[in-house]
Design a protein around this ligand. Structure first.
Ligand code: 8IG
Length: 276
């Protein structure tokens, strides 16, 4: 079966025009013409959507311009429009395209650009990741304080000199800390994946100032900043990084840690979103 074409695969397409078309699709399909907050839910964070308010509409991501069909059959990502008790519209993105899927960085950041085009001024990025700090435990949520982009790629095109000072806004981290003062912070290192790191790569990440290793969030945060959004980043530590934990990393273990932590961290995230 031929894959339906994606306008982002046309190199002459303007990715911001594709994002504007996607935002128009979302307005039409949800009946909500403006969103205030966008939230990307990574592994372990999925249940937060049910806790932040009333779901107004759920749409399959492939019905929205530029969103990919899932790489593997089975799980189709969705976009949800949720109305909070305080009357804000939250766009919940349950369809993340990872860099390692090989569709190019335009597809990776399309959901973030679409969120901005729906009007969202705040982008909440969550993920499941490996922890470098040996005091951290699987199931622990941490705030992202900054990142190191080790993908050797960028969502910015041409001479686009975007400032990344305070990328993960101190203001939003302080707000999260008021809700849970026990939250720790760390620097997120994005590797290309999909293989996990070698222990030597984890030592490199540690040496250059990293505390968290993952495969998703840095490129998305750069695009969110370019779009003018304020960013909150949170990682669920599902495993200690290779060599920090002495046992091999297994995807099953990662999924299990996420499942176990999900009710707790989803409730925390819902409280944070309500306070944004
Ligand atoms: I879940 O240990 C998860 N995602 N790069 N390293 C990287 N990504 C991850 C890891 C990890 N665990």
């Amino acid at each position: 079966m031929a894959e339906p074409s994606n306008p982002l695969d046309d190199p002459t397409a303007d990715p911001f025009e594709v994002a504007a078309a996607a935002a128009a699709d979302i307005a039409r399909l949800t009946g909500v013409d403006h969103h205030d907050i966008a939230l990307t839910l990574g592994s372990g964070w999925g249940r937060a959507a049910d806790l932040i308010g009333e779901t107004v509409a759920t749409i399959p991501a492939p019905e929205v311009t530029g969103f990919s069909r899932p790489a593997l059959e089975g799980h189709v990502g969705t976009l949800r429009s949720i109305r909070t008790p305080r009357g804000r519209n939250v766009l919940v993105i349950g369809a993340r395209t990872h860099y390692y899927e090989g569709h190019g960085v335009r597809r990776v950041v399309h959901s973030v650009r679409t969120a901005a085009a729906t009007g969202a001024a705040t982008m909440v990025l969550t993920n499941g990741a490996g922890g470098i700090r040996h005091t951290w435990r699987p199931g622990q949520p941490v705030l992202i304080s900054d990142h190191i982009n080790l993908t050797a790629d960028s969502p910015l095109e041409g001479a686009t000199f975007v400032d990344l000072t305070d990328l993960y806004a101190r203001r939003l981290r302080d707000l999260a800390l008021r809700i849970d003062p026990s939250l720790e912070e760390g620097v997120y290192c994005q590797f290309r994946g999909p293989q996990y790191e070698t222990p030597a790569e984890v030592q490199m990440a540690k040496t250059i100032g990293g505390h968290i290793v993952g495969m998703s969030t840095a490129l998305e945060a750069i695009a969110a900043r370019q779009a003018g959004m304020e960013i909150l980043g949170m990682s669920l530590i599902t495993n200690l990084a290779a060599g920090i934990q002495t046992t091999p990393l297994s995807h099953a273990e990662v999924i299990e840690a996420g499942r176990e932590a999900e009710p707790r961290i989803s409730a925390l995230l819902a409280k944070i979103v309500e306070a944004l």
